[in-house]
Design a protein around this ligand. Structure first.
Ligand code: NAD
Ligand code: ZN
Length: 358
C-alpha cells in the first residue's frame, strides 16, 4: 500500500532569514483589510524576538502557552477567538515556536475553515475544506513538525494528529539563529526526537529508499551535532535544523516505532513533553534498538544531560495500565516495528515490562 505524502511547498532557510518575513507578508497584503494572526510561544513574550515580529495594520499576536502539549480544547478556543473577533478571514496564520506551537498553528489554520470541534478531525484526511494559508517558523529543532502533515493534539479521549493534505505549512522560514539560545537539556531532548525518528523510520516494514535516504542524512547531521565536539554552536544549530527537516520527511514516508508508542503513553497519562518522554523510553529500549540506544547513552553522557531515571518507582498500577492501553492502541507503530503479525510479539504485559524499566 503506497501513500501520498504532502510536504511543505515553500521554504526559506538560512541565518537571518527571519528578517525577510516582513517583505514576504507585505506581498500578501492584498487590500487594506488584510491582516495576519501570529501564534507565538509565550516563552518569547519578554524576549527580543517579540520586537522583531513584523506587525502592521490589523495584525495581532496570540501568545500560546505550551507548558502542556497541544490540546484540542485550546485549539478550539483560539480558533473561536479569531473567528469571533473578525468579520473576514485572516490572510495567514503564522506560528513561531517549538513543535507544540507548530502544531497549534497548523491545527488552528485547519479549524478556521472547518466547522465544529478539532476533536472531529483527529485522524487521517477528515478535514473537508482547505486551511487558511499558514507559515511556520521553528524556534526548536528536532520534531520535524515544521514539515510534517500532522498536527499532534491531545483530546479528551486520545492523543492523535489532525493529519492530511491541508495540515502542512504553505511556507516555512528556518532561521538557525532562532534556536541559538535554547538551554542544553531542551535542545538535547528535542534534538533526540530527530535521532529517534531516524532510527525508527529505518527499522520497520514501512521503510523504503526515500525514507532511508532522508533518515541517513538526517542521522549523519544529528551525529555531527551531538558527537562532534569540534563544531561551533552556530554550525551545530544550522545542521540540527536540517536534521529535523529531513527526519520529519523520513517518518512522513515511513513510520515511527516502539519508542514513540511508549512515549505517547507517557505523555498522555503523565503529561510529559514529547522530547523528554522519548528520551526516557529510548534509554530503556536496548532490546529493540541495540547499538542506537548505546550511541544515545554516549550522547547523554557527553552532553551531561539530566535524564530522569527510575521514574517507574512513582507510577501507580492504574497509570501503568492506562499507559499500556494507550501505547497498545497505536497499532500502526507496532505494525511498522514488528510486522503485520505484531500482536505475536507485543502484548500489554510486555509493554508494562518496558514501562517498569523506566
Ligand atoms: P515544545 O514546542 O513543546 O517546547 C518545549 C519548551 O521549549 C517550551 O517550554 C517552550 O516554551 C520552549 N522553547 C521554545 N523555543 C525555545 C527556544 N528557542 N529557546 C528556549 N526555549 C524554547 O518542544 P518541541 O520538542 O519542539 O515540541 C514537542 C511537541 O511537538 C509535542 O507537542 C509533540 O507532540 C509535537 N510533535 C509534533 C510532530 C508533528 O509531526 N507534528 C512531530 C514530533 C513532535
Ligand atoms: Zn517524535
Amino acid at each position: 500500500m503506497y501513500r501520498i505524502i504532502k510536504s511543505v511547498p515553500k521554504s526559506l532557510f538560512g541565518k537571518g532569514s527571519f528578517n525577510q518575513m516582513g517583505d514576504i507578508l507585505d506581498e500578501m497584503r492584498k487590500d487594506k483589510d488584510s491582516y495576519f494572526v501570529f501564534l507565538v510561544d509565550d516563552y518569547f513574550k519578554e524576549k527580543p524576538l517579540s520586537d522583531r515580529i513584523p506587525l502592521k495594520g490589523g495584525d495581532y499576536i496570540i501568545w500560546v502557552n505550551v507548558d502542556d502539549e497541544p490540546k484540542t480544547s485550546l485549539v478550539d478556543k483560539i480558533s473561536d477567538q479569531i473567528k469571533e473577533s473578525q468579520s473576514h478571514m485572516a490572510s495567514a496564520v503564522i506560528g513561531i515556536g517549538g513543535g507544540s506551537t507548530m502544531d497549534y498553528a497548523k491545527a488552528v489554520s485547519v479549524m478556521l475553515t472547518n466547522e465544529g470541534s478539532s476533536t472531529l478531525y483527529q485522524g487521517l484526511n477528515l478535514a473537508k475544506v482547505p486551511a487558511v494559508y499558514h507559515i511556520g517558523v521553528p524556534t526548536l529543532s528536532g520534531t520535524g513538525a515544521e514539515v510534517s502533515m500532522t498536527a499532534v493534539l491531545t483530546g479528551p479521549v486520545k492523543k492523535l494528529g489532525i493529519k492530511g493534505e491541508f495540515t502542512p505549512f504553505d511556507l516555512i522560514i528556518m532561521d538557525p539563529e532562532l534556536i541559538k539560545d535554547c538551554p542544553k537539556n531542551q535542545r538535547f531532548f528535542t534534538g533526540m526526537d530527530s535521532y529517534i525518528h531516524n532510527v525508527e523510520s529505518m527499522d520497520g516494514i514501512n521503510r523504503n529508499s526515500i525514507s532511508d535516504s532522508y533518515a541517513i542524512q538526517s542521522q549523519n547531521l544529528c551525529r555531527e551535532v551531538f558527537l562532534n565536539a569540534n563544531l561551533t554552536r552556530e554550525e551545530a544549530d544550522e545542521k540540527m535544523m536540517v536534521s529535523s527537516y529531513f527526519g520529519g520527511l523520513s517518518i512522513g514516508h515511513s513510520e515511527v516505532g516502539v519508542c514513540h508508542a511508549l512515549s505517547y503513553g507517557l505523555s498522555y497519562v503523565l503529561g510529559l513533553h514529547h522530547g523528554i518522554a522519548n528520551c526516557i523510553a529510548f534509554n530503556n529500549l536496548e532490546d529493540v534498538y541495540g547499538e542506537h540506544v548505546r550511541e544515545f547513552h554516549k550522547m547523554v553522557e557527553l552532553h551531561e544531560i539530566d535524564l530522569p531515571m527510575h521514574i517507574s518507582k512513582e507510577f501507580t498500577k492504574e497509570q501503568v495500565e492506562k499507559m499500556a492501553v494507550t501505547a497498545f492502541g497505536l497499532d500502526h507503530m507496532w505494525r511498522h516495528a514488528f510486522g503485520l503479525e505484531w500482536q505475536k510479539h507485543v502484548t500489554t504485559e510486555r509493554i508494562i515490562e518496558w514501562y517498569n524499566l523506566m
